[in-house]
Design a protein around this ligand. Structure first.
Ligand code: UTP
Length: 297
């Protein structure tokens, strides 16, 4: 009997990161720091705080820096311990001790749908979360996060559950956009059944102004639909196309959730994420605000 508790997650991190070239020539974009932690660490912390036990990390060529990050660096770590700075290691050790990270290679960056399909044999028939490896979220309520929220929704509904955010008409071309038919959100966390999904539509073709920002919980059936799709937008296997098929045959619900979301794979999004995270930190907030106030005088 398959449990509804979501314990596995897939984090795709095998994209080429062309928007960050040349930084991404040798450094995976998921390893770029937001203040003092790599982007991927924020994503993994979100999964851990949602009760995820196994993470399937999808990696590409030249991305070994991500795998290496979770290994023990004896020289550096011994030095921190010797200098009485164990505190700096606490968070990393907590992750190492509480989450199992399984690396899978995506041999070619053939799209998000393809990246997720690479996790199929490890996920098996279990429900699973997907967290895009270059997006970070900051929940307005410190006790919950969006992945946790979606896992809870899956637990109670047994239906694929995804996060949606409102976008302006000129932004639809940047996202997968959901068709909610005549349903609308009466209450923030009630959700609405998805009738279809279109990848990056122009504003006059967008079925709504609700976009898919990169946090999902799927039933394993999604793999069947990924197997059926052909290369779509940009010649890639698009997760949105598989989600569209899923929505035609199964129930998949869209939920709104109160969190800030930053696309750290985009230059402006990355800069804003750094400022926002720093402004949330007691050790940086006052000095950074002072600097910004003086800068825009
Ligand atoms: P993006 O579309 O933002 O990543 O995918 P990208 O292709 O690296 O972006 P560009 O080149 O700057 O436009 C969202 C997430 O999905 C992963 C990426 O690593 C990123 O974390 N991804 C994307 C894969 O793992 N494999 C793919 O084939 C595509």
């Amino acid at each position: 009997m398959i449990s509804n508790k979501v314990k596995k997650a897939v984090i795709p991190a095998a994209g080429l990161g062309t928007r960050f070239f040349p930084a991404t020539k040798t450094i995976p974009k998921e390893m770029l720091p937001i203040v003092d932690k790599p982007i991927i660490l924020y994503v993994i912390e979100e999964a851990l705080n949602a009760g995820i036990e196994d993470i399937v990390l999808i990696q590409g060529r030249g991305k070994t820096a991500i795998e290496d990050f979770f290994d023990i660096s004896y020289e550096l770590e011994n030095k921190l311990i010797k200098d009485g700075k164990e505190e700096l290691l606490k968070n990393l050790n907590h992750i190492r001790n509480n989450i199992n990270i399984i690396s899978v290679r995506q041999k070619e960056a053939l799209g998000l749908g393809h990246a997720i399909r690479c996790a199929k044999t490890i996920i098996g028939n279990d429900p699973f979360a997907v967290l895009l490896g270059d997006e970070i979220t900051i929940s307005n309520n410190k006790n919950e996060n969006v992945t946790d929220f979606l896992c809870d929704k899956y637990l109670t509904t047994s239906a694929s559950s995804v996060w949606v955010l409102p976008v302006k008409p000129d932004q639809t071309e940047k996202y997968g956009i959901v068709d909610l038919g005549s349903e609308s959100f009466s209450q923030l966390d009630q959700g609405a059944q998805i009738k279809g999904v279109i990848e990056k539509p122009k504003k006059d073709q967008a079925p709504s102004l609700w976009a898919l920002p990169g946090r999902y919980v799927f039933e394993a059936k999604i793999f069947d639909y990924i197997d059926e799709i052909k290369p779509g937008y940009n010649g890639e296997l698009q997760l949105s196309d598989a989600m569209h098929r899923l929505s035609q045959k199964q129930t998949m619900n869209a939920y709104s959730f109160n969190a800030r979301r930053f696309d750290a794979g985009d230059k402006l999004g990355y800069l804003i994420a750094n400022i926002e995270v720093a402004l949330d930190r007691e050790d940086l907030k006052v000095d950074l605000l002072d600097y910004l106030k003086n800068r825009i005088k």
